[in-house]
Design a protein around this ligand. Structure first.
Ligand SMILES: [Mg+2]
Length: 235
């Protein structure tokens, strides 16, 4: 059975905390508003880029209407700025243990691998190109086109349908992510979730959120592959 396996990016595929990402967001906001906009104190882990920018702008006194108009420009400008800061190949060393062989293995087994990320689409695509993972993860759903993370699941499934002419159900879809927000998104969308403790949360903290399974990292490729396939079978 073909599974649709959707990977979060920061803390799951790559080390979390890319300083160029926050810098690109700050510079995009500054450029479009003509003055600095603070991101201090906004909880970044597992949040969508659009949610982060929205919160920062609201706190800065920008109206909801003005934010709705500004957001697409912020997301685009941030993507362009990220690409200027981080050229292709520059994040090769940020790829977490097991990720490259796991993606190869899952594709050999006939599964579809994509991303489900809070990163804006342009940032996500440039970040994957910087890590040389872009070809292994050719599709997905991104943080500039939804209000909440769980809405991205349906978009990623639709994207897979359009591109590959397959119709994976929610039961055949598995999220892989490093935060309680990834686990909540799976719950709210009716998919399975494998939690991985390579971001800011440890195994026990993640287990407390009741994912379908949790692993310390993705390094044991055969074990993780078997785990994902067993989650996909017990839909
Ligand atoms: Mg993450």
């Amino acid at each position: 059975m073909t599974l649709l396996i959707l990977f979060d990016i920061d803390g799951t595929l790559l080390r979390a905390g890319d300083p160029a990402h926050a810098r690109a967001m700050r510079e995009a906001l500054h450029e479009l508003l003509g003055e600095p906009v603070s991101l201090d104190g906004i909880p970044l882990a597992g949040m969508l880029d659009s949610q982060i920018a929205r919160l920062a702008l609201l706190r800065h006194g920008v109206s909801e209407e003005a934010i709705a108009q500004l957001l697409p420009q912020v997301m685009r400008r941030m993507g362009t700025r990220y690409r200027e800061l981080v050229p292709p190949g520059a994040r090769r060393d940020w790829v977490l243990p097991g990720v490259r062989p796991l993606l190869d293995r899952l594709q050999q087994r006939g599964h579809l691998t994509g991303v489900l990320t809070g990163n804006a689409a342009l940032v996500a695509r440039w970040k994957l190109a910087a890590a040389e993972l872009d070809r292994a993860l050719p599709f997905g759903a991104y943080g500039d086109d939804a209000q909440e993370r769980h809405e991205l699941v349906t978009r990623a499934i639709e994207d897979a349908r359009t591109r590959f002419a397959v119709s994976p159900s929610h039961q055949q879809t598995i999220l892989v992510g490093d935060t309680p927000r990834d686990i909540a998104a799976a719950r709210e969308s009716g998919t399975k979730v494998l939690a991985v403790a390579t971001g800011r949360f440890g195994v026990e903290e993640l287990r407390a959120e009741h994912p379908d399974a949790v692993v310390p990292d993705l390094a044991d490729v055969e074990h993780v592959t078997a785990l994902l396939e067993s989650l996909g079978r017990c839909g």
